[in-house]
Write a protein that binds this ligand. Structure first.
Ligand code: PLP
Length: 389
């Protein structure tokens, strides 16, 4: 046998392990100091009441002969796909049930979708970026090129007609930068994709953080997107499902064979999300569920506002925070990302994530997140003000 040598081309990521190592070393040397972690990339608020009730009810059903369920449809139960369809309809996006595919999360689908594309496609990925897009394509041996996100374009790169790409990744609101495209900007990407016969893989994992009515939450709010885009979304950040696992992917039938091929791929290699979890996901889209998840999202958003306001006061350039749990700041005094990491840890014991870990354009930048507690976020920002004002 021959192994997949492409795996040798993956770059080792030491980002989070190095962060953990440095923090542990600091704590050992300074046990009396309180370290505040604003580098958390995971939700911290518990599941909402509507979800817990739905989970309990579904568990009970599984223990009764009349309501027990075995294998479900690979692409998800109709009750959940109807709920997703209703959610999109609220934003005037009309979907058919068989364009909606339920899965165990966006990360799996983002990787698995590549099964239905040829290996010789060129892939365009923004830099800095969520590492999954690059690594899944390297594993398959595809050529990856980058779109530069930087201070000049406020970390929202636009298409360049000279660049030829077949598969384009867009994540908006973005991880790690928190920057969100407006409709005009997204329209440029849709037009580029249509004229180049490219496909956009749109990651909407943070759509629920968008509160400005003018900003798109779905790429299908842009004219022409159903002819060129697949959308990935997840209840992970929306409803705290990072450990519960449920997401959905939209493959419009206007994309031709892609819809049929994705159905075939899923029915062949995937056997569906647990019934219990799909009932929990359905509850997220109920009236109570929507109101309850908003409370958690607002909690994170208030933290983000505290961070963003403090950075304003300290004259530290940043993007994100408004429509995202992430705040992406320029390291003061031209420090590198890791210099700033060490400086913050040493001086005020605040931990964030060095931007250089997300791509070369991340050098000199730093990511803070609003997933911490309100108390810790406030305290960390008081320390920031003392140090930088
Ligand atoms: C958290 C996150 C996801 C969600 O992944 P799941 O597998 O659904 O938990 C997707 N994309 C980005 C950019 C993320 O940060």
């Amino acid at each position: 046998m021959n192994i997949n040598e492409n795996y040798q081309n993956l770059e080792e990521s030491y980002l989070f392990s190095t962060v953990a190592k440095k923090v542990n070393e600091f704590i050992q040397k300074n046990p009396e100091k309180k370290v505040i972690r604003l580098g958390i990339g995971d939700v911290t608020r518990p599941l909402c009441k509507a979800v817990i009730e739905a989970l309990h009810k579904a568990v009970d059903e599984m223990g009764v002969q009349a309501t027990f369920r075995g294998y479900g449809p690979e692409q998800g139960y109709d009750f959940l796909r109807e709920a997703v369809r209703g959610y999109y309809a609220k934003r005037n996006v009309q979907l058919e049930l068989d364009e909606i595919f339920i899965s165990d999360g966006a990360k799996s689908d983002l990787g698995n979708i590549l099964d239905i594309f040829s290996k010789d496609n060129t892939v365009l990925v923004p830099d800095p970026v969520y590492p999954v897009y690059v690594d899944t394509n390297i594993m398959a041996g595809r050529k990856v090129i980058f779109a530069d996100a930087n201070g000049e374009n406020a970390f929202l790169p636009l298409p360049d007609e000279k660049t030829k790409a077949d598969i384009i990744y867009i994540c908006s609101p973005n991880n790690p930068t928190g920057a969100a495209y407006n409709k005009e900007q997204l329209k440029k990407w849709v037009d580029y994709a249509l004229s180049n016969k490219a496909v956009i893989l749109f990651d909407a994992a943070y759509e629920c953080f968008v509160s400005d009515e003018e900003l798109p939450k779905s790429i299908y709010e842009i004219e022409g997107a159903k002819e060129c885009a697949i959308e990935f979304c997840s209840l992970s950040k929306t409803a705290g499902f990072t450990g519960t696992r449920c997401g959905y992917t939209i493959v419009p039938k206007t994309l031709g064979k892609l819809n049929k091929f994705w159905l075939r791929r899923q029915t062949t290699k995937f056997n569906g999300v647990p019934y219990i979890i799909q009932r929990a996901a359905e509850a997220v889209f109920s009236e109570n569920g929507q109101a309850e998840i908003k409370e958690n999202i607002n909690y994170y958003k208030e933290n983000a506002k505290v961070i963003s306001d403090t950075l304003d006061k300290c004259n530290i350039w940043h993007v994100g925070g408004k429509h995202s749990p992430y705040i992406w700041l320029k390291c003061p005094n031209n420090m590198t990302s890791w210099e700033f990491f060490d400086y913050l840890l040493e001086k005020i014991q605040v931990v964030g994530t060095p931007g250089s870990g997300f791509g070369k354009n991340g050098e000199g930048y730093f990511r803070l997140t609003s997933f911490g507690s309100k108390e810790n976020t406030l305290e960390a920002m008081q320390r920031f003000e003392k140090l930088f004002r």
